[in-house]
Design a protein around this ligand. Sequence first.
Ligand SMILES: CC(C)[C@H](C(=O)O)[C@@H](O)C(=O)O
Ligand code: SF4
Length: 754
Amino acid sequence: MPAVSVPPRTLYDKIWDDHVVEAKEDGLALIYVDRHLVFEVSSPQAFEGLRSAGRKVRRPDCTLATVDHNVPTVSRKNFQSVETFITEPDSKAQVLALEENVRDFGLAYFGLKDRRQGIVHIIGPQQGFTLPGIVCVAGDSHTSTHGAFGCLAFGVGTSEVEHVLATQTILQRKSKNMRITVDGELLEGVTSKDVILHIIGVIGTAGGNGCVIEYAGSVIRSLSMEARMSICNMSIEAGARAGMIAPDETTFKYLQGRPLAPKGDAWDQAITHWKTLKSDEGAKFDLEVKINAADITPTVTWGTSPQDVVPITGRVPDPATMADPAKKASAQRSLAYMGLEPNTPMEEVKIDKVFIGSCTNSRIEDLRSAAKIILAAGPNAKVAPNVYAMIVPGSGIIKQHAEVEGLDIIFKRAGFDWREAGCSMCLGMNPDQLAPGERCASTSNRNFEGRQGAGGRTHLLSPAMAAAAAITGKLTDVRKFLGKQVTVNTVDLSALKTVSEFQFMDEAPSLPSPNSSISNPLPASASPSSVTKFATIKGIAVPLHMENVDTDMIVPKQFLKTLKRTGLARALFLTLRKDPHTGKDTDFILNRAPYDKAKILVCTGKNFGCGSSREHAPWSLKDFGIRCLIAPSYGEIFFNNSFQNGLLPVILPQEQCLELAKDAEAGLELEVDLEKEEIRRVGGAPPVSFHTDPFRRHCLLNGLDDIALTMQTEDAIKEFEKKRTAVWPWLDGFGYLGNRIPVVQEKKVGKTDW
Ligand SMILES: CC(C)[C@H](C(=O)O)[C@@H](O)C(=O)O
Ligand code: SF4
C-alpha cells in the first residue's frame, strides 16, 4: 500500500499543528500555551478579571513572573522593601500588585531581591523555561525573542493574558509563512543587531504583517543564541507576529543544564523531538526574502521608525528627494523631531546619552562586545565629556556574570554607569529617561517619538556601536576601533577572561507542581460577559493621514502604570494633542470640533497600532468615544486587543480609506453596520462593504467573552493536556516538580498613603 504522503511543512506549520486544541471556522484555532511569562505592566487587570470571575490560574507550573519595566536600576545594596525602594507611587503600586497576585494565585516569581530577576525575555531563556517546539506567550510584544529557540512565541494583550492564565490556551488565526534567508559572510564590525536593522530597512515595519518569519541561511546558523535572540526580538519591529529559528546544536548546547531544561531521559527524549523541528524540503513559504550578508554594514537609525535605517557611513536622508508625498511628509516630521538637517553625515551627529541594555541587547555577549570596543580604544579610553553612558544588564545573573569576568571594571574605569537589571531607558517607565531634546545612542529596539522620554531622540544601534559612540561623543563607525582581523560578533575576547554562564546557574529553582491549582474544578463558565456589544455605529469620523501609527503614540508610557482599564481618554495621542513645552492643546485634529466627538477613526496609512502590545491603546480609544477603526492594515496584537474591548477594526484597501477620509474631512457622518458588514455614507455615495472574521463578528455582535467561550471547551483542553503529558512529558515540568520559587517580598501591605 502506498504510504500516505504528508505535504512538506514549515517549522511554524509543525509547531502550530502540534498545539491545536480545537480548530474553529475560517482558520481560527484554540492553541495550547506551554509557557507563559508574566510581569507587572500588562497583568494587573488580567488578575483582577480572574478574581472577579472567581477563576484560578490553570497552570502555575507553566507560568513564571518577574518585575522589569518599572524597577529602578540604582544599586540594590540597601534594598529593604518595594515600599521604600520604589519611590514613584504608580510604579510601586504596580510592583506591589504583582507581588500580591503571584502570592494569591501561587505563581513562581523572581522579585527585586532575587538575582534571577530581570527583563522577562532575558530570564525565560536563561532559566531554560523557554524551549524548542513550545508555544510561549507574554503580555509583551517582544515575546518574539524566544522564537530564537525554534518555538512559536508571540506577544498578547492584557485580555489575552487573562485568557491564558484562566485556560492555558489562546485563540489564534494562523499567520502566513515568511522566510528571510541571510547568506554569505558578515563583514567586519557587523553584528546581529545590524543584520536585523538592515532587514527592517529592506522590508519595512509593515513588511512582516500577517506573517511568522523564519530566519534561515548560513549567517543565521553561524550566530550564537544571544545573537539569534536579538534578531527574533525585533521581528515585531518588522511587523511580524513572531520570528523563529530552527533549533540546532547551538540551541541544544545553550539549553543543556539550565535549571528548567529537561534532564536525564527527558533530555534525550526532548532532543529527539527537537531535531525534527525544521522546515521540510519543499515546504511552502508565502513570502521569501533573500539578504546578502555582504550588503550589511554597521547600521544606525536616523528617524522615528525602526525602518529609518542608514549605514553609519551614510547621511541623513533628504525629504526633498522623496517622490511619495506621504513618505516625504513623514520624513520631514521625523527630521524635525530628531533635530537633524538633511544630508548631515551620520558620523557627525553628536549624542548626549548612551544606553546599553533592553531585551534586544543586554546579554553577556552584548556586554562583552561593548567592553571589547572600550579595550580597543586604549587603556585610557573614557566616555566623552558631556556624555552620560549607562549599562543595564538584562538580569541579575548577567550582572553577576559580567562582574566575574571583570566587564564592570572596564566599563566603570571608562566612566560608564553600571546599573541593576530592568527595562530601564528602553522605555523609561522607571526614572531612567531622556530629557527633552537629548539625543541617545541606544541598543534598544524602538526609536518612536518620546519613547525614551518626552522629546528624547533615539538612534538604534548595536552594543559595539553604542560603546564607540560613548567614547567619541558622536555616532561612530565601530570599524575605526577594530583591527583588520577582528569582528565584534564573535566572542573571542583575548584580553578578557570569559567564563561560562552555567557557573551562575547552581540554584535549582522549582516551579509550582503541575496541576497544583486545578485540583479543584474550574468554576463554570458563567462569568458575566465583559465585552461591549457592537451592532451599528453612526457618527463623525476623524481622518488620520499617517503610516505606522504605533501604540506608543496612541498611548504614551506614563499611562501604562494604571491598574485599571478605564480613565484613559486624556491619554489618547497625548503627545500630539498637548504641546510638550507649554502643556497647552495643539491644533491636532482630535482637539478640533467636530472631531473631538468622533466615534470612528479613518487612517489612510498602513500598519495602524503597530509596536507595543499595550492594551491601553484600545482602552484609550474607547474611553475617548471611538468604537470603530478603518485602516488598510493593523499591528496584529492591537487588532486582537481591539476586538477584546468591543472596538471594531475594519480593514479596507487604501483607496477606499482615502475615499472615506474625504467624507470625514467634509464633516460627513459614517454609519458602520457590522451585521451587514457595510459602511454607509451620507450624500448618496454607495456603501462600502467589508469583511470581518466570522468568529470575531459573532462575539462582537453578541458581546461574548472569549474566556467564557473557551471554558466551554474544557474537555478538549483536558484531552490535549493528557496527550501533551504522554508525548512531550518534559513540558509538564519534569525535573522541577516540587516547591514554589519563594516569593521574595515584604509583608502584605494594606492601604498605601498616596
Ligand atoms: C509594556 C509592554 C506592553 C510593552 C510592549 O508590549 O512592548 C513594552 O515592553 C514596550 O516595549 O513598549
Ligand atoms: S522592549 Fe524595552 S520595555 Fe519592552 S520588554 Fe524589551 S526592554 Fe522592556
